[in-house]
Design a protein around this ligand. Structure first.
Ligand SMILES: [Zn+2]
Ligand SMILES: [Zn+2]
Length: 344
């Protein structure tokens, strides 16, 4: 039996282990992908730490990871439009195909979504099985490390491009990797001021390199002063909540203009108090964002990268897959952007 390396959560508790698993079989409509590069996500950190969310969500043993690129190794008998050697990534959300939203083409709104590396075996392995509908063929000109981050870059693009950004003033709360990538997307899409907040100086520096026009250390500065400094009269036109912290949302409610449009990507703690008076009297429009639009976001992402969008500065580290412990420590240190694991 042929075996492969896989990074799994094998038992409750902190950490992951490198296991040797059989190379999985594929069904007639599946594709076997040989993984080349993967990126570590916040989700993987939750699983690493085995926090309450991970405990209630992840069945063990589970191969983790959902951000990757690789090459088609083998296709099922029913797959006609993909071939061995094709350079691919894939949508990590598997949808049911039968609910109202799926049938209407709004697959990102499927209520029956199954997640790669969360509910079914993931990409931190030499091989991944994926239904062919989820496989996304990549332009060979896109570097592997950048392609491995297309899942979170897609989050950033879905969140940012939900609104018309041309000449608008944008507030991004949270300079994690997705917030930093969103800054580059907003600039590329024509925003005027792109202001990003965070308490972590390393991440604010990263955001600056990715195109944020003004970074704000929320422990040291107040957004009201920054608005005055920038000559903004009415507040931010667009806000992207990417911190998952209640203060990120309260800053948005406080500092947006009337009629502002707000995307919410960060995941908040269970019980969150929100000042609905501000939402109502300011006439704010709130939109929850989950995943990527299938596959409009992927199309936009590829086209924007080919047209010059370059968020690759978000990638700060690369490790051999065998050095996964160092890679996770780097992620946990808070002094990193995206961290790549090399499987090839
Ligand atoms: Zn992710
Ligand atoms: Zn569905």
């Amino acid at each position: 039996m042929e075996t492969m390396r896989a990074l799994i959560k094998g038992k409750p508790g902190t950490g992951l282990e490198l296991a040797s698993l059989p190379v999985p079989d594929i069904g007639p409509m599946d594709v076997l992908i040989r993984i080349s590069r993967t990126a570590i996500c916040g989700t993987d950190l939750h699983i690493w730490k085995w926090d309450p969310w991970a405990q209630k969500t992840i069945p063990i043993p589970m191969t983790v990871g959902h951000e990757y690129c690789g090459y088609v190794e083998k296709t099922g008998s029913g797959v006609t439009d993909l071939n061995p050697g094709d350079y691919v990534s894939g949508e990590g959300h598997l949808v049911c195909g039968r609910c109202r939203n799926c049938l209407a083409g709004r697959r990102h709104l499927c209520p029956n979504t199954v997640g790669v590396g969360v509910n079914r075996p993931g990409a931190f392995a030499d091989f991944l099985v994926l239904p062919y509908r989820n496989v996304y063929k990549l332009d060979p000109a896109i570097p592997e490390n950048l392609a491995a981050t297309f899942d979170p870059l897609g989050n950033a693009i879905h969140t940012a491009l939900s609104w018309d950004l041309v000449a608008e003033d944008v507030l991004i709360t949270g300079a994690g990797p997705i917030g930093c990538m969103a800054a580059s997307v907003c600039r590329f899409a024509g925003a005027r001021h792109v202001v990003i907040t965070d308490p972590n100086p390393f991440r604010l520096d990263l955001a600056k390199r990715l195109g944020a026009t003004r970074t704000v250390d929320i422990n040291k500065e107040c957004l009201g002063t920054v608005k005055d400094e920038l000559g903004m009269k009415e507040g931010f036109d667009i806000a992207l909540e990417m911190s998952g912290h209640p203060l990120g949302l309260s800053d948005i409610l406080e500092h947006t203009a009337h009629g502002a449009r707000v995307s919410l990507l960060g995941i908040f703690p269970d019980k969150l108090e929100i000042d609905f008076e501000k939402v109502i009297f300011k006439g704010l429009i709130l939109k929850g964002i989950y995943g990527r639009e299938m596959f409009e976001t992927w199309y936009k992402m590829s086209s924007m990268v080919r047209a010059g969008l370059d968020p690759s500065a978000v990638i700060t580290h690369e490790f051999d897959a065998l050095d996964f412990e160092k890679a996770f420590e780097t992620m946990l240190s808070g002094k990193s952007g995206k961290v790549i694991l090399n499987w090839s």
